[in-house]
Design a protein around this ligand. Structure first.
Ligand SMILES: Nc1ncnc2c1ncn2[C@@H]1O[C@H](COP(=O)(O)OP(=O)(O)OP(=O)(O)O)[C@@H](O)[C@H]1O
Ligand SMILES: [Mg+2]
Length: 322
């Protein structure tokens, strides 16, 4: 339903996104996850025909977004990062205006506005001036205009950003419902949000795709990361190089402890390895005192951070020498 083919976009000589390839099946809900400046909005603007790519293209429902822009755009509903709402227009007039621009007839519009207003829970506000609405309700107006012409593809750019927690919950539910009847791409920098709503997640960082998986797999398959927390009494300088040499250890991070006469480390180990036995044996064999040894899970947030942190910004494997 959506196909991104080698999309690259330069702003001047700055490459905002490079060589993006992915596709979204009909009915699928895809999460586009990445930190600020990753290139999420740029990609969405290209997919919706809002800006042209520097090279590459996208196909929406089989239509090329560059070559057959009008046909492709008929299939798309788009909620941009900042919705261009007319502050002094009443909600229903705004929707009617947006529908007319898209060539909908007035009888079609009358029926459809009733439907979208109900779907987006805007019944009470249909005669309210947009300028008076809270951010969450404005966002609903934005979503209403996106679905107005009954597109089969929805592209929502950070639909829950900046709205209060109660409205976030309601808006996520609304998006989830929309996902049942549409092919949907949603961008976010909130991992739990994407896991909650999406069938599949693309993680984008510095304009490139760094991972693609379904949310439940992200935790295990991607990273190959498991961690162990260990607390040991002994000389830090001697222990670190020895623990590092235990087979299966990827890296060691020293966690500062206040007031304790011991050291705490978080040890990242190869996936599927239970190194607790080997670590304990090493500690004891060297005459140090083992106070604690525990497996730590790796949360999706941590994986995300790890995926999107620069290599050189990762904590030094040796921590700080003491
Ligand atoms: N019109 C523009 N001119 C120049 N640079 C731009 C322009 N729009 C975006 N950029 C740059 O391109 C990169 C990607 O921006 P983009 O808005 O696509 O990121 P994003 O993932 O949507 O970020 P955010 O989470 O902050 O919305 C950023 O470094 C940004 O500064
Ligand atoms: Mg953005």
């Amino acid at each position: 339903m959506i196909e991104a083919i080698d999309i690259t976009k330069y702003y001047g000589d700055f490459p905002a996104v490079t060589g993006l390839n992915f596709s979204v099946e009909q009915g699928e809900v895809l999460g586009f996850l990445g930190p600020n400046g990753a290139g999420k909005s740029t990609t969405m603007k290209i997919l919706t025909g809002f800006i042209p790519p520097s090279s590459g293209t996208a196909k929406i429902a089989g239509y090329d977004i560059v070559e057959q822009s009008l046909l492709a755009r008929r299939h798309i509903g788009y909620l941009p990062e900042t919705v261009p709402l007319y502050e002094d227009m009443v909600v229903s007039d705004y929707l009617s205006f947006m529908g007319q621009i898209r060539g909908m007839s007035s009888s079609q519009l009358k029926k459809r506005i009733d439907e979208v207003v109900e779907l987006c829970r805007l019944e009470e506000y249909r005669d309210t001036i947009i300028g008076k609405l809270s951010k969450g309700y404005r966002q609903r107006v934005g979503i209403s205009q996106a679905i107005l012409h009954e597109p089969d593809v929805l592209v929502l750019d950070e639909p829950t950003i900046g709205i209060d927690p109660i409205q976030v919950v309601e808006t996520r539910q609304l998006i989830k419902n929309l996902g049942e009847e549409h092919t949907l791409i949603l961008s976010s920098h909130i991992l739990p949000e994407v896991s909650m709503i999406c069938d599949r997640v693309i993680i984008i960082h510095e304009g490139q795709i760094v991972a693609v998986d379904d949310p439940s797999n992200l935790g295990t398959s991607l990273s190959g990361i498991e961690r162990v927390e260990i607390e040991v009494k002994g000389p830090n300088r001697e222990m670190l190089p020895v623990l590092e040499k235990v087979k299966g250890v990827q890296s060691i991070e020293r966690i500062p402890v206040t007031g304790g006469a011991y050291h705490r480390y978080h040890i990242t180990v190869d996936i599927g390895q239970d190194l607790r036995h080997d670590l304990a044996k090493t500690v004891v064999a060297n005459g140090w005192e083992l106070l604690k040894l525990q497996s730590l899970g790796m949360s999706l947030e941590e994986i995300f951070l790890r995926l999107t942190i620069e290599e050189e910004q990762l904590p030094s494997p040796l921590g700080e020498a003491s």
